[in-house]
Design a protein around this ligand. Structure first.
Ligand SMILES: Cc1cc2nc3c(=O)[nH]c(=O)nc-3n(C[C@H](O)[C@H](O)[C@H](O)COP(=O)(O)O)c2cc1C
Length: 204
């Protein structure tokens, strides 16, 4: 990457300061700051408390700016701002807890606003085409159990395909797994994940 690479860190743990994915994101930030040539911004989708995407907000995207009511302008601005933030960064780091085999619903609410036809992807006769070029993504996953590489891991393909829909196909993943399977396993998993994060930061 070029000097002054811009990194957006998206956090989504509901466990506050105890969030393990937050801990991974913070380690990423610490190591990244030591480099001195990376600009970091954090988007905490839990603090943002994004509501589920509903019809009114969706409808606000489907009319031109001139046609929008004041309320529709406000609703459309949510997604516009989140998309602009993604476009403004070179690397998107997603710190993702596993909740009930999936992603936090607040993170889904973020994706629902960032994945927008006509803005970040478009439909063609051959299927959707991503409109977001030249970015890479890093997934920092925290999980109570162990799923990576198994058929039970439906979370990773979901994230991979949502990023892919926008055109972000370069994805590196670090998983801290087995965090609820005993202290020893947890310590090893976190320490391994930290090392992998350090290698990834060095690769930016
Ligand atoms: C509501 C909830 C649901 C969870 N579901 C799963 C699950 O399906 N599979 C799993 O391995 N761990 C599950 N866990 C454990 C979390 O993955 C683990 O606590 C992890 O550290 C969550 O990330 P966080 O600490 O960043 O919030 C769940 C935890 C919570 C709070």
């Amino acid at each position: 990457m070029t000097a002054n690479t811009r990194v957006l860190v998206v956090t989504s743990s509901i466990l506050g300061a105890h969030g393990q994915s937050l801990g991974l994101a913070q380690h990423f930030q610490r190591v990244a700051q030591q480099r001195g040539d990376l600009t970091l911004k954090v988007r905490d989708v839990i603090a943002d408390d994004l509501p589920h995407l509903g019809l009114e907000e969706l409808s606000s995207w489907q009319v031109t700016e001139e046609e929008r009511t004041a309320e529709q302008r406000e609703l459309a601005a949510r997604s516009d701002a989140l998309i602009a933030e993604v476009l403004d960064h070179d690397v998107i780091v997603l710190a993702v807890p596993m909740y009930n085999l999936g992603i936090p619903s607040q993170l889904k609410a973020w994706f629902d606003r960032v994945l927008r036809a006509g803005k970040t992807f478009r439909y063609t006769e051959n299927g959707p085409v991503g409109l977001v070029d030249g970015k890479r993504a890093i997934l920092l996953g925290a999980r109570g159990g162990k799923y990576a590489g198994t058929a039970m891991d439906s979370q990773t393909p979901h994230i991979t395909h949502m990023l892919g829909l926008m055109g972000i196909s370069q994805l590196d993943s670090v998983f801290a797994e087995g965090l609820n399977m005993g202290e020893e396993l947890k310590e090893t998993a976190l320490s391994d994940a930290h090392q992998q994060i350090e290698a990834l930061v060095a690769s930016l």
